[in-house]
Design a protein around this ligand. Sequence first.
Ligand code: G
Ligand code: G
Length: 255
Amino acid sequence: VRSGSDIRDALARGEFVLHYQPVVDLTTGTVDKAEALVRWVQPGGRTVPPDEFIHLAEQTGAMLELGDWVVATACRTAATWPTTVDGRPVAVSVNASGTELQDPSYAGRVLRHVADAGLTPDRLMIELVESNYSLSSRSVRENLMSLTDAGVRLAIDDFGTGYSSLSRLDQLRVDILKIDRSFVRALTGPDQPMPVVTAILAMADALRIEVVAEGIETAEQADWLRSRGCTHGQGYFYSRPVPELGPAELALVGS
Ligand code: G
Ligand code: G
């Protein structure tokens, strides 16, 4: 992978695919969200993970085209899922890069893809990585405002590992905090104190923000989190990211 045109050519050839990782409601065992994660399936059959090409896409300007394809594709897939589970909208979440958030046409393009797929905006969630964007940028603020005004949901990804995080919770209409998997990895026993995770859960509760714990790999981790009031989880314990996530798979994962 060397240039932006490699990525544009690969897009034109249809070499990118999305995998979806279910997010499970820890109290009911149902799936009410799934995160879209992009992969590049190269002609030889090698599947390249995003860590190896997102950075290049950002640097070469191809990220806007790639991100646009990700949003459009994720919306079309979500349109095949049940509309609601337990009375709540079933959402697909996509990762937004700093380049996309800076682009003045971003929110408009996202909302068009939502409408084209026939989704209501509350069935799309945008995941922001704290270190990837700055709210001092006017286009970032305007994009996020347009999206939340329309009803698109926002999640803060890798929460707890970035900087200057708390003021953003006042400035943005955040629906979900995703606790970084480094915290969950450290959870190895039922009585561990985990003061930072406990504080995040208390804060989210006070702010009425939902929490998704990332990287759950064991039943013990799920039990610890559930018993402390964490409502949602994602991780290999439930499901790896999978290429096909239809209504049947969605219903099965949590049960
Ligand atoms: O699925 P995997 O663990 O390989 O993903 C690695 C990282 O790549 C994730 O942390 C995720 O944030 C990022 N990523 C995956 N898909 C996308 C995407 O469509 N857009 C952006 N900007 N980042 C993505
Ligand atoms: O930061 P973000 O949430 O976008 O990262 C998602 C990445 O985390 C994906 O690449 C996915 O493959 C990876 N992932 C998801 N669940 C688990 C898990 O339970 N354990 C580990 N080690 N990685 C996970």
